[in-house]
Design a protein around this ligand. Structure first.
Ligand code: GLN
Length: 202
């Protein structure tokens, strides 16, 4: 397995460890990324769940926000869960003051969208591109996608709201597959990274 892709997890705040474990289970070499030099060494990157305002502020403080934008713009595969989804949105409907995103997916997200009554819940979610049974969606103060641009593919909805999307090499889910032990979404992402790294391989 020497050809395993190297996938980073942005390790400024959030559930980094769970993503490292899920990526390793999906046959990637997984490592935490905090600094621009570490970012330069990975084939793909996961943006974990956590608190998107905190992640945004720390990314700026650590000098990694612009390098992140540059790599995403250059087509590095990236997968954001929950707060990570927010980080990938070109626009946040209700940003906190000073909150910035990396961007990369033509969508508008609404933070904490499911509301107080429903802050955390689980639901079966059918995700396009994931074979077999629906995924167990763990939603924790989750965002939803308010609207998408023409180039953004909707992969899943819950209760009429968009909760999984893909645009090119950028994938995002409102929910947390890293918390369930079901590694199919991480496997899908690892495949995206492999395809991007070796576009000519058969
Ligand atoms: N509500 C959080 C935010 O706005 C996201 C929650 C999560 O990642 N579980 O960043």
């Amino acid at each position: 397995m020497t050809d395993a892709p190297v996938i980073g997890v942005l390790a400024l705040q959030g559930d980094v460890r769970e993503h490292l474990i899920a990526l390793a289970a999906a046959d990637a070499v997984a490592r935490p990324v905090r600094r621009p030099e570490e970012l330069a060494e990975v084939d793909g990157l996961v943006l974990p769940g956590g608190e998107s305002t905190t992640i945004s502020k720390l990314a700026i403080l650590f000098g990694v926000m612009e390098p992140l934008r540059a790599r995403v713009r250059d087509g590095m595969p990236v997968y954001g869960t929950c707060a990570g989804m927010i980080m990938l949105a070109d626009k946040i409907l209700d940003p906190r003051s000073g909150q910035e995103t990396i961007g990369g997916i033509d969508m508008i997200v609404r933070r904490n969208a499911f509301g107080r009554q429903n802050e955390s819940f689980e639901a079966a979610v059918d995700v396009r591109g994931v074979e077999g049974d629906p995924v167990e969606g763990v939603f924790i103060r989750a965002p939803w996608v308010e609207s998408v641009g023409a180039g953004t593919e909707v992969l899943a909805e819950h209760d009429g709201h968009i909760v999984a999307v893909r645009q090119g090499n950028a994938l995002a889910t409102s929910f947390h597959p890293e918390l369930t032990g079901d590694h199919r979404l991480h496997a899908l992402f690892v495949e995206m990274v492999r395809a991007n790294r070796t576009p000519d391989a058969l």
